[in-house]
Design a protein around this ligand. Structure first.
Ligand code: URA
Length: 209
């Protein structure tokens, strides 16, 4: 499972535990998600390529190293993925943003696409797909299937929480896509929710319940 990256930094674990609590308010949940997303951005961008750039310090010229943030695309799986964007963009502000809308058919739990909007030149870009919960894996797999048709340079997937079922499904469908998560929970329930989890991430981010 070399493509599985568990982000077990103490700050990440601490904030995640605060978010899971059922009495965390919408604003607390959102604030923590922003903070966590910034921390996860450090991990997921760790191997991003650097370019040499010539700069001048107040004392002399030097060769510095910088990432080309514009080549990076954060792809949010609507709607909960949007909760991760702000925190990640605070770390890589030059990144472009794409959105993919998929809803889960309540009967089959399969992903159905209703929206897809990406920047141009996807063949030159590195993609980070974001969704707080990797549960059945159906949405992630469908999103990555669709994105692969655009032949991007690389694709990574980042979530807050997953479970053995979600990992197995994603790794079976897309063994080449690195998966970053802050926790691997026990299991899915019959409705496709992660246990112990944190409930419905979209409802908790947007206060819709
Ligand atoms: N989506 C959520 O928001 N929560 C889960 O537990 C699973 C999928």
């Amino acid at each position: 499972m070399s493509n599985l990256h568990l982000i077990d930094h103490p700050l990440v674990q601490h904030k995640l535990t605060l978010m899971r609590r059922k009495d965390a308010s919408t604003s607390t949940f959102r604030t923590l998600l922003n903070e966590l997303s910034s921390l996860m951005a450090y991990e997921v961008t760790r191997d991003m390529p650097l370019q040499d750039v010539q700069i001048e310090t107040p004392l002399e010229p030097m060769t510095g190293r910088m990432i080309d943030g514009k080549k990076l695309v954060l792809v949010s799986i609507l709607r909960a993925g949007n909760g991760i964007l702000e925190g990640m963009l605070s770390v890589v502000p030059g990144a472009r943003v794409g959105h993919i809308g998929l809803y889960r058919d309540p009967a089959t739990l399969q992903a159905v696409e209703y929206y897809f909007k990406m920047p141009g030149d996807m063949a030159e870009r590195d993609i980070i797909v974001v969704d707080p919960m990797l549960a059945t894996g159906n949405s992630a797999i469908a999103a990555i299937d669709r994105l692969k048709r655009l032949k991007p340079k690389t694709i990574k997937f980042v979530c807050l929480l997953t479970c053995p079922e979600g990992i197995a499904a994603l790794q079976l469908a897309h063994p080449d896509v690195p998966l970053y998560t802050a926790a691997i929970d026990r299991q899915l329930n019959d409705h496709g929710y992660i246990l112990p989890g944190l409930g419905d991430a979209g409802d908790r981010i947007f206060g819709t319940k």
